[in-house]
Design a protein around this ligand. Structure first.
Ligand SMILES: [Zn+2]
Length: 96
C-alpha cells in the first residue's frame, strides 16, 4: 500500500483516498459545437504511461479535498503533489 501526503492532513494510507483518474482533462468549452470524435476523445481517451502519470486524488476519508499528484505507475513513487487548480510541475511531462 502506498502512502499519500495530503496537503492538508499529512501522510496517510492510500485506503483513505479516492483515485480520480488522469489530471488536467479539460471539458470542451462549448459541447454543442463539438463533433462526435472530439467528444469521444474527451470522454474516453486517456494516457496510459509507464512512468510518471499526473492524477487527481481526493482525501475521501479525511478532509475531502481534491488535489493532483505525479505518481510513477511502475514504482508507485509520488514525486509531486500540487493543488487541483495548478499546472503540473515539469517532471510530470516525461511521457508526453
Ligand atoms: Zn486531507
Amino acid at each position: 500500500m502506498i502512502q499519500i501526503d495530503c496537503p492538508l492532513c499529512g501522510l496517510r494510507d492510500e485506503r483513505e483516498f479516492t483515485w480520480g483518474g488522469e489530471a488536467h482533462i479539460c471539458r470542451p468549452e462549448n459541447p454543442d459545437t463539438v463533433g462526435d470524435e472530439e467528444w469521444g476523445s474527451y470522454l474516453f481517451m486517456r494516457q496510459n504511461p509507464r512512468g510518471n502519470h499526473r492524477e487527481r486524488w481526493c482525501h475521501s476519508y479525511g478532509c475531502n479535498q481534491w488535489f493532483n499528484l505525479i505518481r510513477d505507475t511502475v514504482s508507485h513513487k509520488i514525486t509531486s503533489i500540487y493543488p487541483i487548480d495548478q499546472l503540473a510541475p515539469e517532471s510530470g511531462d516525461d511521457n508526453e
